[in-house]
Design a protein around this ligand. Structure first.
Ligand code: LLP
Length: 420
C-alpha cells in the first residue's frame, strides 16, 4: 500500500499532483511520500509488537535523506549505519545514539573511534581483527564497546548474487564454525562488552524459509554460547524483507515475517534488533522523469528516451532490476517499448520490450518503488549532476535534497599550476 495514485487521470503523491513537482523542481526528481513511510514504519512495528520491545534500526543505506530519517525517527526507529557518514546523518536526524547500530565489514579506525565517541548503542563486529581493534580503542578511553558478533550462517538467501550476504563465500561476518572460539576470545578483552550475535543474509528476500533456517542456526549458537557461560542479551536479525516491484507480485508481508520471527525466536529471552531498509522506504518513493523524445527502433520496439538515467537509478543497470514504469497522465493506450536514459552506454536501459502506457515526447512518467537504493546510489556519470529529492506531506511538498548540477561538481576540481 502506498500513497501514489491517479486522481482525475493524473498521478498524485498524496494530495500533490506530480506535474506540479516537475514544473517547480524539474526532472528527474525523486518524490517520497511521508504518509507511506509512516504507514510502512507502523505496519512493520506492529508486526513485531509481540516480540517484547525490539529495536527497529532503519538501514540508512537504503535511503539516507535527512528528512526521511527524521520521519522515521519520529516513529521511534533507530538507525543501522555502515559508515561514519551514515552515523553523522543518523545523529543529525535526531536519532538517539543508543538506537544506532554500526554494521559493515570495513569500518576504519576513525569510524570505530567516532562510534565510541558518540556512545552508539551497538557495534556489529564482522571479524576477530575488528574486535581486537575496537576493544583496544575502547580500553584506551576507559570505556566499553557494546557489541554483537556478526556471524555468517552459510545460508543461500535465494536472491540476486550481488545482494546475497550470508553464504560462506561472502565477505560478511565470522563463519559459524569459528563463531564460538572468536566470541570467547573477543568477550574476554578489556574494553569489550560482547553481548550477543548478529546476522543479515541478504536483501530483497522473497522467501522466508532461508531466514528461518538462518535464525535456527543463530538460536543454536545462542544456546551454545550460554552453555559456555556467556550472558547473551541481544540478537540482531538484520533486514532483508523484499517488496513487490511488479504490480500484482506478492511477497511475504511484515505480519508473516513477524509470525515467523516469533516462532523462530521463542524462548530466546533477548532484546531483538531489526535492520529493515527496503520494506520501509521502497514503495514510499518514485523517480519522476520526462520523456526527452521517442525514437524508432532498428528491428525492435521504439525507444522511449527519458531524462533519468542509470546514474540516477542504478538498479536496472546493476542488477537487471525491474521497476514498474507508468505515465503520470495515462491516456489509456498502451505500447511496447525499450525505456532508456541518455547515458552513452547500452547498459543505460531501464526496460526492454516493456508493455507500458503510451507516451510521447514531453510526457511525464515515473519509475515506481524507487524510494530505497535509488537516490543514494546516484553518481554524476556523464557529468549529469546529482538528482533532486522531494518529500510530500498531504498537499504540501519540500525539496529535501537540492539538485547538484554538473557545474557545482566541476567547482570541486582544479587543474594544478604546473599543468598550466
Ligand atoms: N543490514 C545490513 C547489514 C545490510 O547489509 C543491509 C543491506 C540491510 C540491513 C538492509 O537490507 P534491506 O532490508 O534493505 O533488504 N543496493 C541493493 C541492495 C543492497 C543491500 C545491502 N545491504 C539493491 O538496490 O537492491
Amino acid at each position: 500500500m502506498d500513497h501514489f495514485a491517479l486522481k482525475d487521470g493524473v498521478l498524485y503523491a498524496e494530495d500533490v499532483p506530480l506535474p506540479r513537482i516537475a514544473e517547480e523542481v524539474g526532472t528527474p526528481v525523486y518524490v517520497y511520500s511521508r504518509a507511506t513511510l509512516e504507514r510502512h514504519a507502523r505496519v512493520f512495528s506492529e508486526a513485531l509488537a509481540s516480540l517484547g520491545d525490539p529495536l527497529i534500526a532503519f538501514a540508512v543505506k537504503s535511503n539516507p535523506n535527512l528528512a526521511v530519517l527524521n520521519v522515521l525517527q519520529k516513529q521511534g526507529f533507530g538507525a543501522d549505519v555502515v559508515s561514519g557518514g551514515e552515523l553523522r546523518r543518523a545523529l543529525a536526524a535526531g536519532i538517539a545514539p543508543d538506537k544506532i547500530v554500526f554494521s559493515g565489514v570495513g569500518k576504519t579506525r576513525a569510524e570505530l573511534q567516532l562510534g565510541l565517541d558518540e556512545r552508539i548503542g551497538q557495534f556489529n563486529i564482522e571479524s576477530r581483527e575488528e574486535g581486537y581493534e575496537l576493544a583496544e580503542i575502547a580500553a584506551s578511553r576507559g570505556i566499553e564497546a557494546q557489541a554483537c558478533l556478526r556471524v555468517n550462517p552459510d545460508v543461500d538467501a535465494k536472491t540476486h548474487a550481488k545482494i546475497s550476504t550470508g553464504k560462506a563465500e561472502n565477505k560478511f561476518g565470522v563463519p559459524l564454525m569459528r563463531a564460538r572460539e572468536t566470541f570467547a576470545e573477543l568477550a574476554a578483552l578489556e574494553g569489550m562488552n560482547l553481548r550477543g550475535v548478529a546476522i543479515h543474509i541478504g536483501s530483497q528476500l522473497a522467501d522466508l524459509e532461508p531466514l528461518e533456517t538462518a535464525f535456527a542456526k543463530v538460536g543454536a549458537l545462542v544456546a551454545d554460547l550460554r552453555a559456555a557461560g556467556h550472558p547473551i542479551t541481544h540478537v540482531d536479525l538484520g533486514g532483508g524483507l523484499g517488496v513487490p516491484y511488479r504490480k500484482g507480485e506478492v511477497l511475504p508481508s511484515p505480519a508473516e515475517y513477524g509470525a515467523m520471527v516469533a516462532r523462530a525466536t521463542a524462548g530466546w529471552d533477548v532484546k531483538l534488533i531489526f535492520e529493515p531498509g527496503r520494506v520501509i522506504a521502497g514503495n514510499a518513493g518514485v523517480l519522476l522523469t520526462r520523456v526527452v523524445r521517442m525514437k524508432r527502433g532498428g528491428n525492435g520496439p521504439p525507444f522511449v528516451i527519458v531524462d533519468a538515467a542509470m546514474n540516477d537509478l542504478a538498479r536496472p543497470a546493476l542488477y537487471g532490476a525491474w521497476h514498474d514504469f507508468e505515465a503520470v497522465a495515462p491516456s489509456g493506450e498502451r505500447m511496447t517499448a525499450n525505456i532508456v536514459g541518455p547515458i552513452c552506454e547500452t547498459g543505460d536501459t531501464f526496460a526492454t520490450d516493456r508493455e507500458c502506457d503510451a507516451l510521447v515526447s514531453g510526457d511525464l512518467a515515473v519509475f515506481r518503488t524507487a524510494g530505497a537504493y535509488g537516490a543514494t546510489m546516484a553518481s554524476s556519470y556523464n557529468s549529469r549532476g546529482f538528482v533532486a529529492e522531494v518529500l510530500v506531506d498531504d498537499d504540501r511538498f519540500a525539496v529535501v535534497a537540492d539538485r547538484i548540477d554538473a557545474g557545482a561538481i566541476m567547482d570541486a576540481e582544479r587543474v594544478p599550476d604546473w599543468l598550466l
